[in-house]
Design a protein around this ligand. Structure first.
Ligand code: GTP
Ligand code: MG
Length: 294
């Protein structure tokens, strides 16, 4: 592994680079103030329009394996979100040229933290590496394949910023637009979510969703071990049991979890979809494995 250190200073200069579409957090703050003044605070809050604190830093963890066709675009989309960010890319030993693309970015793109795995280990392992490098207040998981839209970060962050949640999950099954794809794939997702809920006593609607957002203390306070897609049920089981430590006069409490609808532009196997039936069985195993003990 060769970590590439990055600046996470809230200076907009280090984030914008030459990306003309990127809106600076300061300019976005002015736009939001104008909307709040004209529409009223309550209406804006319901629409997901609110002031993101200027000193907040979001760590975006992007596990990357053979994503040469999408890596530039996902980075453009992530950079365009008007929040101060630490962007962490973990290359999981890509073989399709993605690794070389990222190596080429190491010296020039100083807003990126880029880490390379020496052998392919799976999404869970890539995320563990990414979480260990996170220094922001809040940490979000971002797949590199354009199925999820970074423009939704402000909505996903809102319950944590408003102090209502410690963890936020996206959900592809409530409310938002999504590409119509495989029936059996979505059935499998829903059955895995139901089984996970059965053991965790949570009422999630999409346990397997990529968009999972954590206060940094929460994700760094959990010990994770699944290397592949077992990460999703494992982290869900461990979050469900996680006790947020006592702070000041506030006693220790269970983690508060919110769910926010997210759009989903699912890809097909011909477009690079990799997850398969074996991963479904592994998820089943992990739901039971982590049901009662870490
Ligand atoms: N499949 C796979 N993805 C990995 C691996 N390591 C890191 N990743 C990344 O993990 C993220 C999720 O992988 P995907 O294959 O898109 O998994 P998914 O979205 O659950 O399933 P798909 O429906 O196949 O897209 C992507 O950003 C991958 O590049 C690995 O070993 N295998
Ligand atoms: Mg995907």
């Amino acid at each position: 592994m060769y970590p590439h250190s990055a600046s996470i200073s809230p200076s907009a200069d280090s984030v914008d680079c030459d990306d003309l579409e990127a809106q600076s957090p300061e300019a976005e703050g002015e736009r939001v103030s104008w909307l709040i003044k004209n529409l009223g605070e309550a209406t804006c809050r319901r629409l997901g329009i609110y002031q993101i604190p200027e000193n907040l830093v979001l760590s975006v963890v992007i596990p990357v394996y053979n994503e040469k066709n999408t890596i530039h675009e996902i980075l453009r989309q992530v950079r365009a979100v008007p929040v101060h960010k630490q962007i962490i890319l973990v290359d999981d030993c890509s073989k399709d040229g993605t690794r070389e693309i990222l190596q080429g970015m190491m010296d020039t793109e100083t807003d990126l933290t880029i880490v390379f795995h020496d052998k392919n280990q799976g999404k869970g392992a890539a995320l563990r590496t990414g979480f260990a490098h996170a220094r922001g207040d809040i940490v979000i998981v971002q797949d590199a394949d354009l199925e999820y839209d970074p423009a939704q970060y402000p909505q996903l962050l809102q319950p944590i910023i408003e102090g209502k949640a410690d963890v936020v999950y996206g959900s592809r099954f409530v409310g938002e637009s999504h590409r119509v794809l495989h029936f059996w794939h979505s059935m499998a997702n829903q059955m895995l979510t139901m089984l996970s809920n059965f053991f965790t006593d949570l009422n999630l609607t999409d346990m397997e969703v990529c968009y999972k957002v954590f206060r940094r203390e929460v994700i760094q306070g959990i010990k994770l071990e699944s290397n592949r897609f077992g990460f999703e049920p494992e982290v869900t089981a461990k979050i469900a049991r996680f006790q947020v430590p006592a702070l000041g006069g506030r006693p220790a409490r269970r983690c508060r979890i919110y769910e926010i609808p997210v759009s989903y532009n699912g890809r097909d196997y011909s477009e690079g979809k990799k997850i398969g039936i074996k991963d479904g069985f592994q998820a089943l195993y992990c739901i039971v494995r982590y049901a009662f003990a870490d």
